[in-house]
Design a protein around this ligand. Sequence first.
Ligand code: NDP
Ligand code: ZN
Length: 374
Amino acid sequence: MKAIVVQPGAGSPVVVERPVPEPASGEALVRICRVGVDGTDYEVIEGSHGGVPDGDDQLVLGHEAVGVVEDANGTELEEGQYVVPTVRRPPAGVETNEYFERGEPDMAPDGEYVERGIVGAHGFMAEYITSPAADLVPIPAELAEWGFLVEPISITEKAIEHARATRSAFDWRPESALVLGTGSLGLLTVAMFATTLDYERVYCLGRKDRPHPMIDIIERLGATYIDSRETPVSEIPGAYEPMDVVYEATGYAKHAFESIDALAPNGVAALLGVPSDWSFEVDGGRLHRELVLHNKAVVGSVNSNRRHFEAAIDTLDALPDWTLESIVTGIYGLESVDRAFPKATARVAAAGHASAGAPDDDTTIKTAVEFRDI
Ligand code: NDP
Ligand code: ZN
């Protein structure tokens, strides 16, 4: 079968031949249809995040997949049923641990999990994968074409749940939300705040010049675009309004601290970005005081569990079709896999190597690789 692999830090993804996997007891064989690409995949390709399984020098990429059950292998799944795999699994050689037993692998610390396609386990960019049936979430056939968006939406389902939980001790009635970042995670989250979560006022911070398709999506959702080059995050309360919720999806480390200034009293900031090490000065005393005297909270959130995937399927069903059609800017077959990774191809080209793919034109939001028609 064909699979897309990468040697982290050593170039662009390539298509290789690998054996079709055999499902073990309790596992099903899934034929993969589509797999999404996100900022995390680029971090894995660069070698700045994640890593290959022990004893391997390549990683099969992909953690945002939808496929169809090919061989249910005696599990409760049905052949022909569309499914979305969750991402975390117990470490190699370990059957389970307390986090997996509780259904909360997303809360496991380092060393207690691997992540398929990210760290320590092969991902889903292959014609076939196997997975424990319990980690395959059924999705209705009519949503299957967008099924690769379930994983990223589930990331926001979890982050919002945790943000809400920090405010659950009082009568919190949030109206305003600010999303930092116009990448695929940021824009999906703007769509959620503006439609399914029904916030009254939604803002999104980016650094794109008008006219730009990302700004068009933000405005069509009824949200306000803020240019970070004109209005730094800490000045947003004065220029617009203080925010009940800030959702950081840039990976730009200064935003983590600036979010505290952007919050309204009693507000909460959810941090999602995964920055590299970066030392810079902050006024720690002022930020500490701000958190305390205005009952503000900051919460980090990573990954998601099966419950968040199930919620994400409902959200996917409720999001307007035009948002999905505009956020997904390209779905490519294996013959043009370079085009699914325009940022990796652009970086290789910038480093002086030949590039067969289209350069990143700055309008790509979300791409996916198609292994099989839906
Ligand atoms: P992208 O790289 O597609 O998006 C990041 C966005 O942030 C880009 O639009 C980028 O703008 C923007 N940005 C960066 N710096 C600034 C700045 N100073 N001012 C304004 N905008 C800025 O990534 P994703 O959307 O896929 O993911 C977002 C982040 O979330 C990443 O760090 C990713 O690693 C992380 N992530 C975390 C998960 C979790 O479980 N916690 C899950 C998935 C992703 P530009 O296009 O101009 O560069
Ligand atoms: Zn992802």
